[in-house]
Design a binder for this molecule. Structure first.
Ligand SMILES: [Ca+2]
Length: 192
């Protein structure tokens, strides 16, 4: 399988535990691991139907593309859905777009945002084991070059490294998106 193509986590774990197909055969020597993007909720999203919208979220990185389910007639939807992408190059931006699902016409855009996972991946390089639960490893301030509504911290919590962020959607009149990044280590993947 070519590096950067969409892969499912479950099948990867099967392969990595196999003695026949090694990590190198899988192209996993180029892979750093998986980033799990939890799409938590949308806030004050744009209206694209008469009074509301039927929003869903599409996440893209390189050739990978994942999407959430559609939530009907709700501009403050709660998805709480995990979209998992394999990471080979942390410099590659993650593109997020919200759409309004329409049955009889093309789905309309409800704005988009770019997400930089680099600070998150950088923070993974520290060895957090032994740190107190809830320790902030790194804090990223909102700026012109990111879509953050407020500062966002990479935190060591419950034995995991995670980053909560609130993104302001662009190319739209209104709308914010709450997401959370989590890292999934893979046996046999390239060291960070
Ligand atoms: Ca619609």
């Amino acid at each position: 399988m070519a590096a950067g193509s969409p892969r499912k986590e479950s099948s990867m774990q099967e392969h990595s535990s196999s003695s026949v197909v090694g990590p190198t055969d899988m192209g996993m020597d180029k892979m750093l691991g998986l980033v799990r993007i939890r799409i938590k909720r949308g806030l004050n999203l744009a209206v694209r139907d008469v009074r509301s919208s039927d929003p869903y979220v599409v996440v893209r990185m390189g050739t990978q593309r994942m999407k959430t389910r559609v939530i009907r007639k709700d501009v403050n939807p709660e998805w709480n859905e995990d979209l998992t992408l394999s990471v080979t190059n942390p410099e590659e931006p993650v593109f997020i777009e919200v759409y309004d699902h329409d049955t009889f016409s093309m789905d309309d855009s409800m704005g988009n945002a770019e997400l930089d996972i680099q600070p998150f991946v950088e923070a993974l390089k520290i060895q957090p084991r032994g740190l107190p639960n809830g320790t902030r490893i790194k804090t990223i301030q909102p700026s012109r070059s990111n879509c953050l509504v407020e500062e966002s911290s990479v935190v060591w919590r419950d034995g995991k490294i995670m980053q909560d962020m609130c993104l302001r959607l662009k190319n739209v009149e209104c709308g914010e998106l709450q997401v959370q990044l989590q890292w999934v280590d893979l046996p046999g993947s390239r060291a960070l």
